[in-house]
Each structure stands twice: as structure tokens, then as C-alpha cells.
Write a protein that binds this ligand. Structure first.
Ligand code: MLT
Length: 253
């Protein structure tokens, strides 16, 4: 059997037109949107509704109504006025989010999800769900495309390192980076960084997103988001319902 291709776009704007159709796409915003979505679903949130703007989020919430929804997200890294929660994964504990519908908007992450809607399957990835994500990609057996959210239109080292981590893990399962130097760049960035003790954590702290978070008092989020495999669940965006839910491991294919 021919190896399945794996590609990376280091920003949503670097995705060539039509390139995501027929692919399993992984949207990545390690610091912090994808890590927070993974944490919220792992903690029992019923689903996450990603919205591009705070106004969209408010109007989506008013359509759901009632006590079963929470508004979450950030602008400039901090909780949006009138929202229940910010964008810190540590806020999304079971006692707060279990069985709730989370209407969620962030500066870069939720936009990247909407920009990737032409995917055949659209998953959310971060270091926290790495192993389960890679197993799911192997089971789904489609060509893979990792879309990094970046930070304010700039490539982010956090997303690049995670993309490289996935490329390297998928290579071991028979995927092959084809016609895509961004996959090779991400992979060598990860392999070089991971050779140093605490290399990934140090690189996340030094990234644009990491420095921003540390400067506004969220350094502990960077530490959490650098850790692997604390949430064995894979969120998938369903385009028809506009919701992100956990993939049932037994029906992933
Ligand atoms: C984003 O989507 O831009 C980030 O998640 C920002 C943040 O970490 O607050």
C-alpha cells in the first residue's frame, strides 16, 4: 500500500485553495484554543460551538438559551467582558463545564477552525491529546493536513512544534510528508528542539504566544499546554451542526 501523505500549513493563509477537501485536517492552536477545547471536552462539556467573533458567540448563545450554555473565550488573551470563562484550560474543570454547551471564540484558534471547513474530517489537536489523535488519524486512513492557527498572522513556534511532533509520530505509522516542505520544516524543528532537556517547554515559553501569556500572568497555562497526553480524547468539528464533539474511538473510521 502506498504511504498516505501528510502535509502542514504553518498558517491558515498558507493553505492552497481546495487543498483540504478529502483530507483529515487537524487544526492546531497549542497556546491555547485547541488545548482549551480538548480540556473542556475531556472534562465533560457536551460540545463546543466555535464562533469567529464575540458578537457571533452572544447571538449563538441566545439561540441555545437557558442555563446549559457557557460563553468562553478571549481577546488579547483575557476573558471577554460579560463572558463566563476565558481561554485558560485550567478554568474548564468538570464542576464548571460538565454537560454544558460551550459557545467559544478566540482570536486565532476558532477562526482557523472555520477556515478549514472544507475538510472531510476536521479534528482538533494539541500536545494534551497527541497519542489519541495520532491513533485516530491512523484509523481514519485519509491523507492528513495539519493547519496551524498562528498568532496574529505570524507563524507560531508552539503550533509548528506540535505539527512536527505529529508528522514524526505519523511517519512511524506509514504516513509520508509529500511535496510539502512545511511538514519537513516542522518535523526538524520538533526533533531539534526535543533533543534538549525541557526543549519543547522552553520553546513554547519563548514563542510569541508564550511570551504574551507569561506577560499577562498565564505562564502556568504554557506549562500545561507543553505536556503530552493529559487528555485522551479527540474533538471533531461537525460542519452541518457547527459543533465540536468527542470522536467515539470505536467509530472514528
Ligand atoms: C487564540 O486563539 O488566539 C489563542 O488561543 C489566544 C490565547 O491563548 O488566549
Amino acid at each position: 500500500m502506498n504511504p498516505l501523505p501528510i502535509r502542514v500549513s504553518l498558517l491558515p493563509d498558507l493553505v492552497p485553495p481546495g487543498a483540504l477537501a478529502g483530507r483529515a485536517v487537524v487544526v492546531v492552536d497549542v497556546l491555547r484554543a485547541s488545548s482549551t477545547i480538548v480540556q473542556a471536552l475531556q472534562a465533560g462539556a457536551e460540545c463546543v460551538v466555535p464562533c469567529s467573533t464575540p458578537d457571533d458567540a452572544r447571538s449563538v448563545r441566545s439561540r441555545f438559551g437557558g442555563h446549559s450554555t457557557l460563553l468562553g473565550g478571549e481577546r488579547a488573551g483575557v476573558r471577554i467582558e460579560g463572558f463566563d470563562l476565558g481561554n485558560s484550560p485550567a478554568e474548564y474543570i468538570a464542576g464548571v463545564v460538565a454537560r454544558k454547551i460551550l459557545v467559544f471564540t478566540t482570536t486565532n484558534g476558532t477562526r482557523a477552525i472555520h477556515a478549514s471547513r472544507e475538510a472531510q474530517r476536521l479534528f482538533i489537536g494539541c500536545f494534551g491529546n497527541l497519542c489519541t489523535l495520532v491513533q485516530t488519524l491512523a484509523r481514519v486512513a485519509l491523507p492528513v493536513h495539519i493547519v496551524c492557527a498562528g498568532t496574529g498572522g505570524q507563524v507560531g513556534a508552539d503550533d509548528c512544534l506540535f505539527a512536527g511532533r505529529v508528522v514524526s509520530a505519523c511517519r512511524a505509522l506509514g504516513f509520508h510528508p509529500d511535496e510539502c516542505d512545511q511538514a519537513l520544516i516542522a518535523e526538524s524543528c520538533y526533533l531539534n528542539t526535543a533533543r534538549q532537556p525541557h526543549g519543547v517547554l522552553d520553546a513554547l515559553r519563548a514563542s510569541i504566544g508564550g511570551r504574551n501569556l507569561i506577560s499577562i500572568g498565564f505562564g502556568s497555562d504554557v506549562d500545561l499546554c507543553a505536556r503530552e497526553d493529559w487528555a485522551p480524547c479527540v474533538p471533531e468539528f461537525c460542519i452541518s451542526s457547527g459543533t465540536i464533539r468527542v470522536v467515539d474511538a470505536h467509530h472514528a473510521a
